[in-house]
Design a protein around this ligand. Structure first.
Ligand code: CUK
Ligand code: CUA
Ligand code: CA
Length: 646
């Protein structure tokens, strides 16, 4: 495309939908008693800056950074949620190329996730051996920390539908554990701690905190349905290693998205339903909601001291974090800081000083100073709301915030379809009364309706301020149409200069939410498994064959390109069969598949990996078990003949 063909943003024919969304949303909001200043964002605006909606500065000078030459590797890993595809994705950045999808919450046909016994055990099964859940909704992924930076051990991801947390090993990029959280619904926010709040020697992640966006009657067994005052939400702590639930904190309202402090002392959640409403309107009736701070050391002392209770069938100890039980700051486990109407994202600045809570139904961002929250817990601040050091207008529908490590914040404006870059210190000065403090540094139109955003290394002490990705919920006209369901746009923005420069659109399959971007050298993968990691491994091809105990039959098979051993095996109709397959190839990238026609079996084994499947031999005949993964010139011939005798 020639430069002259590129229409300025204002001339593009997309605005009908955008206007519609804005209007509809605002009508909805005003119906709920919201008073949004439509002329918000004029205060504190950088006058010298480009007007909102101006075309982006030329992307040409930045393009060479984005379009990698053939064979060139990306400089960052992007770890992405898949939304209600229920998966976890790995992108290379800045190219935006999708490298991998790690199956976790839902079955996956490529690798046989949900087919093999090993993956079914991780996913969880019912008494009859079938999967407990086959749907998932992954929103938030975060990785383990050491010394304030990612250490490349683990990532965790939530399943909002069924309240599960999955752990991804970042050496093999596989899910190795899934835990279902008790007493909650709508598990949404997730954040690992960055160090221990008490023991300074533990400078790495040992806990993962989980929110529950929805509140429910407890126990949820059909009572108290129409009594909103009986509905409760939980803040849950999961052990990073064992993945067991350590404890929960009962709170009023709801527990949505999470962030953690760099000193390990505090975790924060935004709460949009302070009203404890069970109807839509009720959740928007108050002008202000809360950002809740959890004092981790005190909560754990209370758990240790046994100041706990349990709910229903769950044995998990629960401490009381409700408002009524936490009025005395010197003993409080939690602090409720008042923030404007139905806040969305909460994010911790890389200098460790502030949490930013985005207003969503208020055109503001609230900056909360952590040391002041701690002062309140120490009895040195009379009102915890005094920890708010700025509450400034930034635009309509603020959702999530990223950081560049140079004191600037980048917040998505869902209704304005914009990114706003604003300076935190300047916002604090403005809030303190300096009307000349221009905190808005830049604005950039994005396409369209952005939700999450993140910058390279954003929520780490090593935020490097190079790239920003914006997850746009609508792509409309940005890509070739493929019917009514559109791709989403992950837009790549160069933030190394004063102005944000839009450099690329990356289509993604709907619909990711959150993601993180980390330097590639923080992750060290293993390219080949160790056979000993698998208890069922068939280490010697001589040990293969059919092993029968009455109706129970174990078939031990090995693969080495281009052959399976044995090349045929016999079963009897009605046998309960377990096939164990060990891949003896040691060569990187030499994966084999194992598909059994008509038996609904297909899975892969990577180099030195072992996997197994169990099924009933309920159809007589000859079945060519074939390799599905192109591995060799004789890949098509790589088969084993399964004979089921009538
Ligand atoms: S929520 Cu999706 S755009 Cu689940 Cu992180 Cu804000
Ligand atoms: Cu083995 Cu294809
Ligand atoms: Ca509310």
């Amino acid at each position: 495309m020639n430069q002259d063909d590129i229409k300025p943003l204002e001339a593009q024919p997309d605005l009908g939908r955008r206007k519609f969304l804005n209007t509809a949303a605002l009508v909805g909001l005003s119906g709920a008693g919201l008073s949004v200043g439509l002329s918000a964002c004029k205060k504190g605006e950088e006058t010298a800056g480009a007007p909102a909606g101006a075309p982006a500065a030329s992307a040409d000078s930045h393009a060479s950074n984005v379009h990698l030459k053939p064979g060139e590797l990306d400089t960052y890993y992007g770890l992405w949620s898949g939304g209600h595809t229920g998966d976890f994705r790995v992108l290379g950045l800045p190219s935006g190329r999708e490298l991998h999808r790690v199956p976790c919450m839902v079955p996956d046909a490529l690798v046989g996730w949900g087919i093999t016994n090993e993956s079914k055990k991780i996913m969880g099964t019912k008494a009859d051996g079938s999967l407990k859940y086959t749907v998932g909704d992954t929103h938030h992924t975060h990785a383990s920390y050491k010394d304030g930076n990612y250490d490349g051990r683990y990532a965790w991801i939530n399943d909002k539908i069924n309240g599960r947390i999955a752990r991804i090993r970042l050496d093999y990029f596989v899910c190795d554990k899934i835990t279902e959280l008790p007493n909650i619904q709508g598990f949404h926010g997730i954040f690992p701690d960055k160090r221990d709040p008490v023991d300074p020697a533990i400078n790495y992640t040992t806990r993962v905190f989980c929110g529950s966006e929805f509140h429910i009657p407890l126990p949820n067994k059909g009572q108290d349905i129409d009594s909103p005052e009986k509905y409760r939400a939980m803040f849950t702590c999961v052990d990073a290693e064992s993945m067991e639930v350590r404890y929960q904190v009962l709170i009023d309202g709801n527990c949505d998205l999470l962030a953690t402090s760099y000193d390990g002392k505090l975790a924060a959640c935004n709460q949009y339903n302070t009203e404890n409403g069970i109807h839509y309107e009720d959740m928007m009736s108050a002008e202000r909601d809360s950002c809740i701070f959890f004092n981790i050391a005190r909560i754990e002392e209370a758990v240790k001291a046994g100041k706990t209770r349990t709910f229903g069938d769950s044995k998990v100890p629960v401490v009381d974090g409700t408002r009524a039980a936490n009025t005395d700051p010197t003993t409080a486990l939690v602090a409720y800081v008042s923030v404007p109407k139905n806040p969305h994202g909460v994010n911790a600045s890389p200098d460790g000083k502030y949490f930013i809570c985005a207003g969503k139904l208020s055109p503001t961002a609230t900056v909360i100073e952590l040391s002041k929250v701690l002062d309140w817990f120490d009895g040195k601040l009379d009102n915890v709301d005094k920890s708010i050091v700025a509450e400034v207008e930034i635009g309509l529908g603020p959702l999530h915030t990223a950081f560049d490590g140079r004191g600037n914040a980048y917040t998505t404006l869902f209704l304005d379809s914009q990114m706003v870059k604003w300076n935190i210190d300047a916002a604090i000065k403005f809030h303190a009364g300096d009307a000349n403090s221009k905190y808005v540094v830049d604005r950039l139109d994005v396409h369209y309706q952005p939700g999450h955003t993140n910058a390279s290394q954003s929520e780490t002490a090593a935020a490097d301020g190079k790239w920003l990705v914006v997850g746009c919920k609508f792509s409309k006209d940005r890509f070739l149409p493929v019917g009514p369901l559109h791709a989403e746009t992950e837009q790549l923005i160069d933030i190394s200069g004063d102005k944000m420069v839009l450099v690329a659109d990356h289509p993604v399959r709907p619909e990711p939410h959150d993601f993180i971007i980390m330097k590639r050298d923080l992750i060290r993968t293993k390219q080949v498994y160790e056979m000993d990691e698998f208890p069922l491994a068939i280490k010697d091809p001589k040990d293969t064959g059919v092993f029968r105990e009455g109706k129970k039959v174990t078939v031990k098979i090995t693969s080495q390109a281009p052959a399976f051993s044995p090349r045929e095996f016999r079963l009897k109709l009605g046998d309960e069969v377990t096939i164990i397959l060990t891949n003896h190839d040691k060569v990187e990238d030499l994966t084999h598949g194992f598909a059994i026609p008509k038996y609904n079996v297909n899975f892969i084994v990577n180099p030195q990996e072992t996997a197994s499947v169990t099924f009933k031999a309920d159809k007589p005949g000859v079945f060519w078990c074939y390799c599905t993964h192109f591995c060799h010139a004789l890949h098509l011939e790589m088969r084993s003949r399964m004979i089921v005798e009538a």
